[in-house]
Write a protein that binds this ligand. Structure first.
Ligand SMILES: C[S@@+](CC[C@H](N)C(=O)[O-])C[C@H]1O[C@@H](n2cnc3c(N)ncnc32)[C@H](O)[C@@H]1O
Length: 281
């Protein structure tokens, strides 16, 4: 049933434009008329939580305290949809082709760096962590293997760090992986599972806005940038691709989401699989 209180808030064109500009400046996310309903729903929730009377009052708050409000605002408007092994073909490619190759290629440095750059609630970096653990298990203690997982949204990062999920989130995963890499909760937590320490210890979670400086240390062998650039405009996308390119090791891979492409930047990469792009050696 529709919440009647929501209808009492009016979102004027002027406020809608102000909010769209604020989103763009804060997170690079482009919102058009098609996203008006979504924005309205999410922000009326914030307005109620803030006990404000109107969108006018909320926009005034954003204007007067842009920094204090920004985190809360960004957390409210980001879309965090994700799942374990989403776009499974990326993990299959790593397990079948890339990781065996890296075992050979990086055998001198014994160093592997992977980055999940819009990690949301953690399902993506943990799927990557499990795949990494499976492929590198025999050398893990001698090699320096690290996965960086970052996101702009501090709420999803907190969930990700915890690594605790309701059991239905892992239902689609094979029984053998569930048994090996997820620990079942007990007592009050019996409907939950927790990613095991051997996988958790491979991953570091950090807050990072893709539009700002990236305090990260490359070169990376694989970068996941999936289902995030669709929210950015073309110029921002191209700028990000140039930065990913710089941070990738020669021969490194960039993975995009199913509906994303490199646009003009395609000519600098080799397309080696579905939404899998290799920086030339
Ligand atoms: C739809 S989720 C995708 C999650 C995962 N990569 C996947 O494909 O399943 C998009 C994520 O991008 C994050 N995001 C949006 N704008 C961002 C920005 N400017 N910098 C970093 N992360 C951002 C959101 O917080 C959200 O968690």
């Amino acid at each position: 049933m529709k919440d009647v209180r929501e209808d009492s808030y009016q979102l004027s064109s002027k406020n809608f434009k102000f909010i769209c500009d604020y989103v763009y400046d804060s997170a690079g996310i482009v919102l058009g008329e098609a996203k008006r309903e979504m924005l309205y729903r999410r922000l009326t929730r914030v307005i109620r939580e803030r006990k404000l009377p109107s969108f006018d009052a909320y926009c005034d708050l954003l204007r007067s305290q842009p920094e204090q409000e920004r985190t809360y605002f960004i957390n409210a408007i980001t879309t965090n949809l994700t799942s374990f092994y989403r776009e499974q073909h990326h993990f299959d490619y790593l397990a079948k082709h890339e990781f065996p190759k890296l075992l050979n290629k990086n055998s001198d440095s014994k160093r592997i760096r992977l980055w999940s750059s819009a990690s949301s609630t953690g399902e993506e970096p943990y799927s990557l962590g499990i795949t990494t653990h499976q492929s590198f298990a025999p050398v893990l203690s001698q090699w320096d293997i690290k996965i960086l997982a970052t996101d702009i949204d501090s709420n999803v990062l907190a969930t990700a760090k915890e690594g605790v999920y309701t059991a239905n989130r892992v239902e689609g995963i094979s029984q053998s992986i569930q048994q090996k890499y997820f620990k079942k909760g007990t007592g009050a937590n019996e409907t939950k599972v927790r990613v095991t320490d051997e996988v958790r210890s491979l991953i570091t979670f950090k807050q990072l806005n893709l539009l700002h400086e990236w305090p990260v240390k490359g070169p990376f062998d694989v970068i996941f940038c999936r289902n995030v650039i669709i929210y950015f405009d073309k110029a921002t996308q191209q700028d990000l691709f140039a930065r990913y390119y710089e941070l990738l090791a020669p021969g490194g891979l960039l993975m995009l989401g199913h509906s994303e492409n490199l646009g003009e930047y395609q000519r600098y990469f080799e397309n080696v699989g579905r939404t899998i792009f290799r920086k030339p050696e």
